[in-house]
Design a protein around this ligand. Structure first.
Ligand SMILES: NC(=O)C1=CN([C@@H]2O[C@H](COP(=O)(O)OP(=O)(O)OC[C@H]3O[C@@H](n4cnc5c(N)ncnc54)[C@H](O)[C@@H]3O)[C@@H](O)[C@H]2O)C=CC1
Ligand SMILES: O=C(O)C(=O)Cc1ccc(O)cc1
Length: 363
């Protein structure tokens, strides 16, 4: 049996566990320092076994996945370096930043074990083992950051195991990873949080702000609901990259203010044009950072039974809805129903079916 130890069985650790559990020859053991967490892992059925003993989880493990907050990774690496690990054991992590963990691993001696940094570029704003799903990484990118002297055999062995996630593996240097992921993931989280907090302050004096907050606001702020501890650690860890990015963001915002003060219609239009062109050139509906689902919006009249009818029709066609949300529903306006699907075929079939039922479907 190949023993896989997962430290921190939350959203990411639990989703990895679900990708491995039940596969021939794989045995998954989860670790938490809290007994109550162990019981949740077992109740959720994501692991074959679970323990509060770090030694028991790590002993004889062929693979060790560290899936704890970024701020705890170095402590775990140090504790693993002090243990007797199985020769050939591969230690990896899933942290959203890679430079500091790579530097820490370089400074430690793992004996005959090998460290290879990793970062699955998929997730969501929910956390905890309850949010785990085996489909999380499908078609997303999974970054690995081996060192120039990491044995190729170990890289191949880890990549072979990760293929169970159905993610696309890419190799990136840790510093370059932090620069790019800082821009495409960490900066958007800061912007979303700052935007929500700006509106929250206005809303304290006038609740019409939240009442009128429509699709656009919700779309660009979903990630503001991400876990505070996970994101505290990511932002502080990648602060040098983020401070530079936020200064550049500030310059961009100042540029916008100047355009408006000058009433520069051409430049405002140009900003939307260039942004729209670049956004449409992005790979469509690939699962991954920021946009993990295939989503559509439909206008639905506000009368009883309509949501049930839609769900039943989709169910009859065996189309799986992964999430369903009513964004706006008042007596005098049609509601907007957001439907999310896990796969492109389900999404395409749903759009066709809903259109044939006479609904206006927007994407
Ligand atoms: N949330 C996301 O969408 C993504 C997160 N990541 C990274 O994955 C790692 C885990 O994040 P999630 O699974 O989202 O978080 P989570 O909150 O769902 O899971 C974190 C796990 O670590 C444990 N934990 C929390 N504090 C701890 C501590 N002080 N000591 C030991 N264990 C502790 C928790 O019990 C839980 O099992 C983080 O390093 C994060 O940067 C990577 C890709 C996506
Ligand atoms: O919810 C989203 O869209 C995300 O941005 C998920 C995410 C969060 C952290 C990561 O390191 C990678 C992906």
């Amino acid at each position: 049996m190949t023993k896989i130890a997962i430290f921190g069985v939350g959203l990411i650790g639990g989703s990895l566990a679900l990708c491995f559990k039940g596969k021939p020859g794989l045995h998954v053991i989860g670790h938490s320092h809290r007994q109550s967490s162990i019981e949740r892992y077992l109740a959720r059925g994501v692991v074959d076994a679970a323990t509060t003993s770090m030694e028991e989880a790590a002993a004889d493990a062929d693979f060790i996945f560290l899936c704890v907050p970024v701020g705890n990774l170095e402590d775990y690496l140090r504790r693993l370096a002090a243990m007797k690990l199985k020769p050939g054991c591969i230690i990896t992590d899933v942290g959203s930043t890679k430079s500091s963990v790579a530097a820490c691993a370089r400074s430690l001696d793992f004996g005959d074990a090998v460290f290879i940094g990793g970062h699955p570029m998929a997730g969501k704003e929910k956390s905890g083992v309850e949010a785990a799903t085996s489909l999380l990484f499908e078609n997303a990118y999974y970054v690995l950051t081996p060192e120039p002297d990491t044995p190729q055999e170990a890289v191949d062995r880890l990549a072979g195991l990760i293929r169970h996630t159905k993610a696309n593996i890419v190799f990136v240097d840790p510093d370059q990873h932090d620069t790019i992921v800082g821009a495409i993931s960490h900066l958007p989280h800061v912007i979303a949080v700052q935007l929500v907090n700006q509106i929250r302050a206005y809303n304290e004096t006038n609740p019409l702000y939240s009442a009128l907050a429509a699709g656009g606001f919700r779309d660009i702020t979903r990630i503001a609901s991400s876990d505070p501890v996970i994101w505290r650690d990511i932002l502080i860890n990648n602060r040098s990259v983020l401070i530079r990015l936020l200064k550049e963001w500030q310059e961009g915002v100042s540029g916008f203010i100047e355009m408006l003060e000058r009433m520069d219609e051409r430049m405002v239009e140009e900003a939307f044009r260039t942004a729209g062109e670049f956004r449409s050139s992005l790979p469509e509906r690939r699962r991954g950072v920021i946009d993990p689902l295939y989503e559509c919006y439909i206008d639905v009249p506000d009368h009883p039974g309509i949501i049930g009818k839609i769900a039943t029709e989709l169910g009859n066609e065996r189309i799986n809805i992964s999430n369903l949300q009513i964004i706006e529903s008042r007596e005098d306006v049609p509601g907007i129903l957001r439907l999310s699907f896990r796969t492109q075929p389900d999404f395409d079939r749903a759009v066709q079916l809903l259109a044939s039922m006479g609904f206006e479907v927007n994407m």
